[in-house]
Design a protein around this ligand. Structure first.
Ligand code: EPU
Length: 320
């Protein structure tokens, strides 16, 4: 399929039509990196995903504003790749994919507040908070995503969730302007924050003074618990399904005997059945087929409808 006919397909699906020249113009003049036809697997914890027309890693927040403004002028769609609860289909993503990996600044502000740029990884942030004896992020030990990704999906564990710590959020809106929102302006739900359209580029977290050794102990114990019960050493996208009310999706999947079930290199983890792992060369199509298999079995045998926590994006590959 040619680049032009792909754009036509996108137009037929309701997206505005754009050309390769539009894509080039939309990423012109950025100070960060720009890679055309870049495979997206390396940007996700699942290590799965087809190519993007272009991936940009803006150098800073001003660079994010620039790419948003230029993409809007050229009507090229933007997608922010956050990395953890994400499955990118094998056909990849048309338009511009933005990775915030270069937005990595963290600073301490008065009143036990930490400001982290959107691309800061949760493990880095937890390490920083621990070093400064700041408590309030221990619940997130073992979550591999970025702080922005965790805000957008209101990431959480049994010990807590993002909304408990967020004080304010800095976004670049669809016009390419910087906008700050306080936590009370953001409705947080189970595993999602109802944010206006745009890109989360920074987060203020309200933490509390704690005792370093005690914070470290909670983090360590929780990491141990997760390492013992979850396949943290293999590529995965975290939990695939939301927990049904008062139950655990992992427990249900185990009861129907699907631990270890496989399609291609995609496998229902033998350690925690709500994880699917990539044993090497898994394609998105394999994961999606496995999800279908699990859902059908749980529906038929337990009578429960499992909703996805995993976000599936992008286009199917041509041969599917
Ligand atoms: N269980 C099984 N078999 C399994 C998995 C779990 O029987 O394969 C049982 C466990 O023995 C336990 C119960 O199910 O009795 C609950 O399991 P677990 O403690 O692992 O918690 P979970 O409800 O399965 C939730 C979050 C996880 C988070 C853990 C620990 C969701 C959908 N899952 O899992 O979050 O790490 O608690 O706090 O909210 C994620 O969001 O990506 C994620 C992995």
């Amino acid at each position: 399929m040619t680049r032009k006919s792909r754009s036509v397909t996108a137009a037929a699906k309701g997206h505005r039509r754009f050309t390769q020249a539009d894509v080039r113009a939309a990423v012109a003049g950025l100070r960060g990196s720009v890679s055309f036809q870049a495979p997206l697997g390396e940007y996700t914890s699942f290590k799965i995903g087809g190519p993007a027309d272009v991936v940009v890693e803006p150098a800073d927040i001003e660079d994010v504003c620039l790419v948003v403004q230029q993409a809007r002028a050229r009507k090229v769609p933007l997608f922010v790749v956050g990395g953890t609860n994400l499955l990118i289909r094998d056909g990849g993503i048309r338009g511009i994919v933005v990775s915030l990996v270069r937005l990595r600044a963290i600073k301490e502000e008065p009143g036990d507040v930490l400001y982290a740029e959107g691309g800061v990884g949760m493990p880095t942030l937890i390490g920083y908070a621990m070093k400064h004896s700041l408590a309030g992020l221990e619940w997130a030990a073992g979550i591999p995503g970025t702080v922005a990704g965790c805000v957008v999906m209101n990431a959480g564990t049994k010990l807590g969730e993002m909304k408990d710590a967020v004080k304010a959020v800095r976004m670049v809106n669809m016009k390419g302007q910087i906008v700050d929102l306080t936590a009370d302006q953001i409705p947080f739900e189970y595993r999602r924050a109802l944010l206006p359209r745009g890109i989360v580029v920074g987060v203020w977290l309200q933490l509390t003074q704690g005792v370093r050794s005690e914070i470290e102990k909670v983090v360590k114990d929780y990491l141990h618990y997760r390492r013992d019960t979850q396949p943290l050493a293999m590529p995965s996208a975290g939990c695939v399904f939301k927990n049904p009310p008062n139950d655990s999706a992992g427990r249900l999947i185990e009861t129907v005997g699907l631990k270890g079930a496989r399609v291609g290199d995609a496998e229902v983890s033998t350690k925690h059945a709500n994880f699917m792992v990539n044993r090497g060369q898994a394609r998105a199509a394999d994961v999606i087929a496995l999800i279908g298999k699990v859902r059908r079995a749980i529906r038929r045998r337990v009578g429960v409808r499992l909703d996805l926590e995993l976000k599936i994006v992008g286009e199917t590959a041509r041969h599917e």
